[in-house]
Design a protein around this ligand. Structure first.
Ligand code: ARG
Length: 462
């Protein structure tokens, strides 16, 4: 017998039963469902809506169910549709009438709203340390490569000299925003829908502030009961945040994939984080990075799926909204898998500074420095730019780099060149002379590394 079978004369068609059920995926909410029910029952008793004896039986019964679920002793059934009805049915089977009183002054719309919110809140809280771990791995690699020169790119063309530490710290800074975005979301969503009823509140003298605080919702109960049961913004917001995080990881993945190709060979991935080919014996493939890049599309899809589900839905609850859980679970699971494996890949990768340096030495990435040298000797920058362009052309014709030109060759183009130009064109010097705030100079990358360390400390174990 279904909990709602009262007004029905017929059994649900078996196909409909399977189609309608959500227990096959919302069983994940068992802990939150039990926690929510316990808080609700405590509140009902404290407001004199149910007796203390009934509440004691409900509390003991729910604790027993929780233990049994965790010990794998409970089998949920599709006959009971979802996690909320499964738990209630089991409770009533175990404790009788007291179990039937639990649903006084609440609805399943209430339950799903509060359970899912608590689940997402916990999942984000668990995910943040994984981002911090990745930042820590970046800090540790960066600390060893503050003097490792590499070409910085624009348009994927070698542009100006930077250091590997500088490049890694760019990602570490993006990850700071990913962390704070999730923290903002946590803050905003931390208000409690429970007590909204089906949509219109309840005639019972409930205390929503009490349940909100028992369930850790710092901002108290949600202001409007229709909004309380209709809102899935927080789920969309977290998937937007996860999509941006994955976008960052996909850019990083793309670079890792490029860097370990023979065309670049800036890094070598650890054997434990690479895979082979079934036919080509020489292959060592960056599958981890490729999968992270690939799974980014999947997380975007999860976001699009729920945005589309929610589009145009009238207030308040609609069954469409049962489709909210799978994409959110999938996005959280996917990101939860990507982060630790990505961190492992980064912390074990071997950096090949010589290859980075020889790439930096080709492509005239010190041309800006050459123009700056002339500018500092008094030539207007636009003229210095043109003179340097002519030098680059000369080099392309003679197969030389700028720093391989003789002082005589340089002086022929401008008498402002002196012996000190060779220091000015040295790649490491070029990177280190970029000492503007946020640049690749050693003191600057040290500042960036220290900032990330303090960020990690400030955002750990909050
Ligand atoms: N299983 C449903 C869901 O996930 C729970 C809420 C059902 N409410 C209802 N009125 N049918 O959305």
């Amino acid at each position: 017998m279904k909990l709602w079978s009262g007004r029905f004369q017929k059994e649900t068609d078996e196909l409909v039963n399977d189609f309608n059920q959500s227990i096959s995926f919302d069983h994940r909410l068992y802990k939150q469902d039990i926690q929510g029910s316990k808080a609700h029952a405590d509140m009902l008793a404290s407001c004199g809506i149910i007796s203390q004896e009934d509440n004691a039986a409900i509390q003991a019964g729910l604790s027993g169910i929780l233990e049994d679920v965790e010990a794998g002793k409970v089998e949920f059934t599709t006959d009971n549709e979802d996690i909320h009805m499964n738990v209630e049915t089991i409770l009533t089977a175990r404790i009788g009438d007291a179990g039937k009183r639990l649903h006084t002054a609440r609805s399943r719309n209430d339950q799903v709203a509060v359970d899912f919110r608590m689940y997402v809140r916990q999942a984000i809280t668990d995910l943040i340390p994984e981002i911090l771990n990745l930042q820590q791995a970046l800090v540790e690699q960066a600390e060893q490569h503050q003097e490792t020169v590499m070409p910085g790119y624009t348009h994927l063309q070698r542009a100006q000299p930077i250091t590997f530490a500088h490049h890694l710290m760019a990602y570490a800074n993006m990850l700071c925003r990913d962390v704070t975005r999730l923290e903002d979301c946590l803050e905003r969503m931390n208000e409690c829908p429970l007590g909204s009823g089906a949509l219109a509140g309840t005639t019972y003298p409930i205390n929503r502030h009490m349940t909100a605080s028992a369930l850790g919702f710092a901002k108290g109960p949600m202001m409007n009961s229709l909004d309380g049961v209709s809102d899935r913004d927080y789920a969309l917001e977290v998937m937007s945040d996860l999509s941006i995080l994955m976008m960052h990881l996909s850019r990083f993945s793309e670079e890792v994939i490029a860097w370990c190709s023979w065309e670049f060979k800036f890094i070598e991935l650890d054997d434990a984080y690479s895979t082979g080919s079934s036919i080509m014996p020489q292959k060592k493939n960056p599958d981890v990075a490729e999968l992270v890049r690939g799974k980014t599309g999947r997380v975007y899809g999860d976001l699009m799926s729920l945005l589309t589900t929610m589009k145009g839905l009238p207030l308040a609850y609609n069954k469409d909204m049962q489709e909210d859980k799978e994409p959110v679970f999938d996005a959280l699971d996917t990101v939860g898998m990507c982060l630790p494996v990505f961190t492992g890949m980064i912390s074990t990768m071997k950096v090949l500074p010589d290859n980075m340096a020889s790439a930096a030495n080709k492509g005239f990435i010190n041309a800006t420095d050459c123009a700056d040298y002339l500018t500092k000797k008094g030539m207007p920058f636009r003229d210095a730019y043109t003179v340097t362009g002519a030098l680059v052309y000369h080099c392309t014709q003679t197969g030389k780099t700028l720093e391989q030109l003789t002082l005589d060759e340089l002086k022929e183009i401008s008498p402002l060149f002196g012996e000190d130009v060779f220091d000015a064109l040295n790649m490491l010097n070029c990177a280190f002379q970029r000492n503007s705030f946020g640049g690749p100079a050693k003191a600057e990358t040290t500042r960036q590394i220290e900032y990330i360390k303090s960020f990690i400390a400030a955002h750990s174990a909050q």
